[in-house]
Design a protein around this ligand. Sequence first.
Ligand SMILES: Nc1nc2c(c(=O)[nH]1)N[C@H]1C(S)=C(S)[C@@H](COP(=O)(O)O)O[C@H]1N2
Ligand SMILES: [Mo]
Length: 299
Amino acid sequence: MGKGLKWSDVTPKTQWLNRRHLLAGGAALMAAPAMAQGTASRFSADATPNTFEEITTYNNFYEFGLDKGDPARNARLLTTDPWSVEIDGLVERPGRYDLADILKDAPLEERIYRFRCVEAWSMVIPWVGFELAHLLNKAGVQPGARYVAFETLLRPEEMPGQQTRSLDWPYREGLRLDEAMHPLTILATGLYGEAMPNQNGAPIRLVVPWKYGFKSIKSIVRIRLTETQPQTTWNMQNPREYGFYSNVNPEVDHPRWSQASERRVGAGIFAGREDTLMFNGYGEEVASLYAGMDLSKDY
Ligand SMILES: Nc1nc2c(c(=O)[nH]1)N[C@H]1C(S)=C(S)[C@@H](COP(=O)(O)O)O[C@H]1N2
Ligand SMILES: [Mo]
């Protein structure tokens, strides 16, 4: 796919407009035409996306098992409708926000993002979503808020991994408020123009493209604005290996492997490894957020 071309540009419009519940209810009518016109997002990467098959069969979602193929096998039983997100803490309008209501006025767009897992594999994914800032503004951020904490659904009956102690459930993540409000940070509700597949974090998940993949928490049910830095799953599990920030950084190795290069999923066995880029290639947009910080210490 060439420069400026979006996946939706090369897809017949009827097919695009008939996407089944990509968006809940009326939002489809508003957002679909805008996307069908092919307004390429200025934030989209100029890179060929991985296939739908690759993106939906090679996953990390420990709630459904530890192997890359487990989420695709086990996540089909997850119920994602009805769904609501509890927004509380330092917000003007705390409460349980129904997903349908969230999506009613959400400015959905396609964002083709590079995605880099801390395990040193990568993909390019055409998400559909909206800026997290939109939802935070809807809830009204109070002046004292400095961080945003996220939680995944806790439902062991439907998430077999939660019947084990592989992680301290529910899965939790967090961002500094300025990271959360950055226009690159999105809540994604779909990919390739389809409703979000369960294994990718249906019905709504975070995507923070300049950070290691584990920051992009799936199947979110709670968002809390806090004054202090929230506890996050992988950081609690092993603080030496997984920092709170976890910005993609080729110069700071994981204690057990190099982060200087990555393997693009699906590239084939004869393709070489690619150099990992600082902030996963988004430095121009986000480096200023970390001015004055020592990124080898605040990793
Ligand atoms: N709730 C939850 N969110 C999660 C994970 C998880 O195990 N549970 N895995 C993380 C990791 S390590 C990665 S790399 C990405 C993978 O997203 P993908 O399967 O859509 O590519 O999800 C992240 N979000
Ligand atoms: Mo990951």
